[in-house]
Design a protein around this ligand. Structure first.
Ligand SMILES: Nc1ncnc2c1ncn2[C@@H]1O[C@H](COP(=O)(O)OP(=O)(O)O)[C@@H](O)[C@H]1O
Ligand SMILES: [Mg+2]
Length: 330
């Protein structure tokens, strides 16, 4: 396999002080779906914007499809397609008109454009909606259109910045199928950013977990998961005092707080350790509200490398936390 993107000490500092991306060194192989996984503010969009030549690096560079982003931005732009985080299609045009407009921008000859657009619309099941105004599209349809807008210039590389942000779970899984299909049928390399673990797990051949502009670890999702030895037992108890008692148990690899009245116990093998845990609970007369056992998932990988739970970043959870706080105060 050939390397299609290589970043060399790629860095971006905003306003002389905000280190959005620091010394990024990654290689992406042709034909891969490569994920950049990180919480809000990790530097994902800044990385994409540099690789797509929308902003210039403060230092370092990257070779994209054989071209240097600092010196050959025009060539880079011709080789890539970009689907930015924010919606870009025009609501007052039809889907097809949007696609044609972008193809004109890239100087694609009209006959080629017509043919390509028909093919792309078919790939994402949008033939029927193609001649309707985008204004009337559902969120999922709009995202599907955005996805193929990034493909009208027949790029070697497609950049997708948070391609399913704001979609409901069902629509999101549909998008995954389209992304996979596009990679296979059009033989493009895809760079995808997301703060949804499931999305990265479902789609990426390899992933870099980034936080505060730095790569913490790179590997295939399954490599990362199996590198974490041990199972996780999560226990919610009646109150924080009981949770603190639980933390005094012996024989675990690690015991950490994991939310209100909740502890996260890492053990080598949950089948062997569960009886000990249950014994301890009985001996100390603790009341278990909830107990779950988990083999390592990408959640654990994320927690291991960033020291935080990516789901704490979800607005839904923030709201829940506020509600819990309010309840406690009353
Ligand atoms: N134009 C900008 N000016 C100043 N700071 C910025 C700008 N764009 C992003 N940042 C900051 O850089 C960091 C990385 O942002 P971003 O790349 O958007 O992260 P992500 O896409 O992972 O959420 C954040 O701290 C963000 O506030
Ligand atoms: Mg972003």
């Amino acid at each position: 396999m050939a390397t299609i993107i290589k970043t060399e000490h790629l860095s971006k500092v905003y306003l002389g002080k905000i280190k959005a991306v620091s010394d990024l060194n990654i290689s992406i192989e042709e034909g891969e779906i490569y994920g950049l996984l990180g919480p809000n503010g990790a530097g994902k969009t800044t990385t994409i914007n540099m690789l797509t030549t929308r902003i210039s690096p403060t230092s370092g560079t990257a070779i994209v499809a054989g071209y240097d982003i600092n010196k050959q931005s025009l060539e880079v732009r011709k080789s890539i397609g970009v689907v930015p985080q924010d919606l870009t299609t025009d609501e007052d045009l039809t889907g097809r008109e949007n696609l044609l407009m972008v193809s004109q921008f890239y100087d694609v000859p009209r006959a080629t454009a017509d043919e390509r657009i028909t093919h792309l619309l078919k790939l994402v099941d949008m033939e029927d909606a193609a001649d309707r105004y985008v204004r009337g599209y559902s969120g999922g349809m709009r995202k599907r259109l955005e996805l193929i807008v990034g493909l009208v210039n027949d790029p070697k590389i497609l950049f997708l910045d948070e391609p399913t942000l704001g979609l409901d779970v069902q629509t999101r899984t549909q998008m995954w199928n389209y992304v996979r299909d596009i990679q296979k049928k059009l033989d493009v390399t895809i760079i995808l950013t997301s703060h949804y673990l499931e999305e990265i797990d479902a789609l990426s051949d390899r992933v870099s977990i980034i936080d505060h502009g730095k790569v913490l670890v790179t590997g295939s999702p399954s490599e990362l998961k199996s590198s974490l030895q041990g199972d996780i037992v999560t226990i919610t108890l009646k109150n924080q005092k009981e949770a603190d008692t639980m933390k005094t148990m012996n024989g675990a690899i690690e015991i950490k707080d994991a939310g209100p009245n909740t502890v996260r116990i890492k053990v080598a093998n949950s089948d062997k350790s569960l009886p000990d845990i249950i014994n301890f609970i009985g001996k100390k007369k603790l009341s278990t509200i909830k107990l779950t056992v988990q083999k390592p998932s990408l959640d654990e990988v994320f927690l291991e490398y960033t020291g935080k739970d990516i789901r704490q970043e979800e607005p839904g959870d923030a709201r829940k936390m506020m509600m819990n706080l309010r309840r406690v105060r009353k």
